[in-house]
Design a protein around this ligand. Structure first.
Ligand code: OAD
Length: 240
């Protein structure tokens, strides 16, 4: 049986690909407060601002390239059963070749119905040519079109699938997330007792109630290179 490695990734995973993190002095929320662009109330109050914000984020997503960190995660599929649970809405894990990605916060390249956002009938992948959605655009059910993204206070799609992946994990690797936001933070507690946990992040993250773990204080690419080396050395973590 191949060992199961679960990666839980956040904004820091895509920093080397040109995306910003959310928190901190230079984070996205410093320029665009979350309550003004990432809530249902914001969509009702200022649909044009919300539309513009996500149109810009989507525009960036077409040309962004995965970094070495994304690629090394994908390459581990040669030897391990790899699941990526990401809070990121960019497509970089899949673009790097990861075949099992669970999107906790949606996907920026998709739009959906505002009445029934998780109904697969209404979820639509845009293309570079159709990337900009104007305010007032309608979904197939006639309701206002909205980004296929989780806004504050909304339930997270694929949560149960993520819980099952955590429970089955033989190793958990957390990369580039402050672990401030739930449910991602809560998910880390669903691994079995004794499961090795690694964090790759240059800064301290919220490890309250995380349990024993090892942090590699590096960026995603350098940290992943170190993790790959450690996996080669870990005699007890070979495939049976
Ligand atoms: P944060 O901005 O909270 O945290 C980003 C983390 O990335 C921090 O711990 C940084 O130290 C780390 N970091 C920075 N550069 C890095 C690099 N080169 N390599 C590795 N790590 C690096 O972002 P998230 O934890 O992802 O939700 O935020 C979680 C959620 O909060 C987002 O998905 C978003 C936001 O509100 C929604 O919009 C629903």
């Amino acid at each position: 049986m191949r060992k199961k490695i679960v990666f839980l990734t956040g904004a820091g995973m895509s920093v080397e690909s040109g995306f910003k993190t959310f928190r901190g002095k230079y984070g996205l929320w410093a320029d665009f407060p979350a309550e003004e662009v990432a809530t249902k109330e914001a969509v009702e109050k200022q649909p044009d601002v919300v539309c513009q914000f996500f149109n810009q984020m989507r525009a960036m997503s077409w040309d962004a390239e995965p970094n070495e960190g994304h690629r090394l995660i994908a390459e581990l599929e040669k030897d391990y059963d790899v699941t990526v649970i990401t809070q990121n809405v960019d497509p970089l894990h899949e673009k790097a070749g990861s075949s099992h990605v669970i999107y906790l916060h949606g996907e920026v390249q998709k739009v959906t119905s505002s009445e029934d956002p998780n109904n697969p009938l209404y979820i639509q992948r845009l293309t570079r040519e159709t990337s900009d959605t104007p305010p007032g655009a309608r979904a197939a059910d006639g309701s206002p079109l909205r980004p296929y993204l989780v806004f504050y206070g909304e339930p997270v799609p694929h949560y149960q699938e993520a819980v099952e992946a955590m429970k089955a994990a033989d190793m958990l690797v957390i990369i580039g997330t402050s672990l401030i936001v739930t449910p991602a933070r809560g998910l880390t507690r669903r691994v079995r007792k004794g499961t090795p946990i690694y964090i790759i992040d240059p800064s301290e993250v919220n490890t309250k109630r995380l349990g024993p773990h090892t942090q590699i204080y590096k960026g995603a690419s350098e940290g992943m290179r170190e993790l790959v080396e450690r996996l080669k050395m870990l005699k007890t973590f070979t495939n049976e």
